[in-house]
Ligand binder design. Structure first.
Ligand code: NAD
Length: 356
């Protein structure tokens, strides 16, 4: 047991290595279930959060975004990028880190890697939404785009929605082979496919999680029959979508935070007043999810700040029990809070406590 002091002279820092150890300590599927529960709890108190579309800085090759929110007691933000061309030079498409702070003092409470945590929270949110939206008895999911996010999506849908079969397709066969290797022995039947058409055969759930900085058409209208649930994860920026517009016109569309999704999601292709349902209303039971077996339901996922807040809050809750963090010297902490200058001087070479 590691004690976190009430007044922190350090900031707990969860490194990539700490995060990986935490996943193995808790178990990946259990962690996905617990993260989904934390995200669900915060969706249930949606109205207590400060909400704003994320602040995006676009460039020719990608985007860098800041995602802030607060519940009045705790403030959180995530830094995240999206650079689809990165994988060609051995870099990841998405990297992230995030922070929680105490609203009362403004002092940071946690700094954490969030590249892995984003993959977990995105998958947990998709599966949480799907629990309300998939057709009864859905067991088979197609995953189109078999990159960094894909295995997390597969295992979240297994743990949270009970799927037992995954049909995998990627334009790059090596990505599908990598996902097949990673998912082997995890209790899922795995079917590699040669085309998106083959991948969606018999699938009640279709996850699109591709990366391309353009209006792509991963699914055309004729590919999507009635009674399926679409989990569209990859279209999350202006000018970056995955579904043909006609599919959207036939779907009941569920979104996280409409002001952000209208800018970034699949629905950027639709009129600004096209009706959508907010996920928090489905989660609280105020609005029904799927209402009949023939409906096409679409979760137009872009990722919202409260989901990162929930994930960070969950990680903060694990630190004391597991000790899986480092002490980061991030806060200047003079004995006399107004003597910041004196603290710097006392660190001079030759001073007691200073460097030699
Ligand atoms: P990645 O680059 O690791 O993987 C993307 C995969 O898509 C690659 O294997 C690529 O070959 C494949 N692909 C590209 N075009 C394709 C096509 N036309 N058909 C089939 N496959 C295709 O990226 P990642 O980290 O897995 O992220 C995937 C997408 O999800 C990105 O666009 C990212 O921005 C988005 N994302 C969304 C959320 C969210 O909350 N909604 C969170 C994280 C990532």
């Amino acid at each position: 047991m590691t004690t976190l002091p009430g007044h922190l002279a350090f900031v707990p820092f969860v490194s990539v290595d700490n995060m990986m150890q935490l996943i193995h300590h808790i178990g990946l599927e259990r962690m996905l279930i617990e993260l989904a529960a934390a995200i669900e709890d915060d969706f249930k108190r949606w109205e207590s959060f400060d909400k704003t579309p994320r602040v995006a800085s676009h460039s020719a090759d990608g985007v860098i975004e800041l995602m802030p929110t607060s519940d009045g007691d705790i403030y959180g933000f995530k830094y995240v990028n999206g650079h689809p061309k990165n994988t060609k030079s051995g870099l990841q498409t998405v990297t992230a880190f995030g922070m929680l702070a105490d609203v009362a003092t403004g002092y940071p409470l946690l700094l954490s890697e969030m590249t892995i945590l984003t993959a977990l929270r995105t998958a947990a949110t998709s599966a949480l939404a799907a629990r309300h939206l998939v057709p009864r008895g859905a067991r088979c999911m197609a995953i189109i785009g078999n990159g960094a996010q894909s295995e997390f999506q597969a295992l979240a849908f297994k743990a949270i929605c009970g799927i037992d079969t995954v049909r995998l397709y990627d334009i790059d066969r090596a990505a599908t082979e990598k996902a097949m290797r990673n998912l082997a022995g995890q209790g899922l039947a795995l079917i590699p496919c040669d085309s998106p058409e083959q991948a969606i055969e018999g699938a009640q759930i279709i996850t699109t999680v591709t990366a391309d900085k353009q209006y792509a058409t991963i699914l055309t209208d004729n590919m999507v029959g009635t009674g399926v649930h679409l989990n569209a994860v990859g279209g999350d920026c202006p000018g970056k979508t995955e579904l043909h517009r006609d599919i959207l016109l036939r779907s009941r569309i569920f979104v996280e935070y409409p002001p952000q999704t209208r800018i970034e999601g699949e629905i950027q292709q639709l009129a600004p007043d096209h009706p959508v349902t907010e996920l928090w209303q489905v989660i609280t039971g105020a609005v029904p999810g799927r209402t009949n077996g023939d409906q096409i339901t679409l979760f137009d996922s872009v990722g919202f700040a409260t989901e990162d807040f929930s994930a960070l809050r969950y990680i903060l809750g694990q630190l004391q029990r597991t000790g899986l963090f480092q002490r980061l010297d991030l806060l200047a902490d003079p004995d006399d809070p107004r003597d910041l200058f004196g603290m710097v001087q006392r660190a001079a070479p030759g001073q007691p406590g200073g460097r030699e």
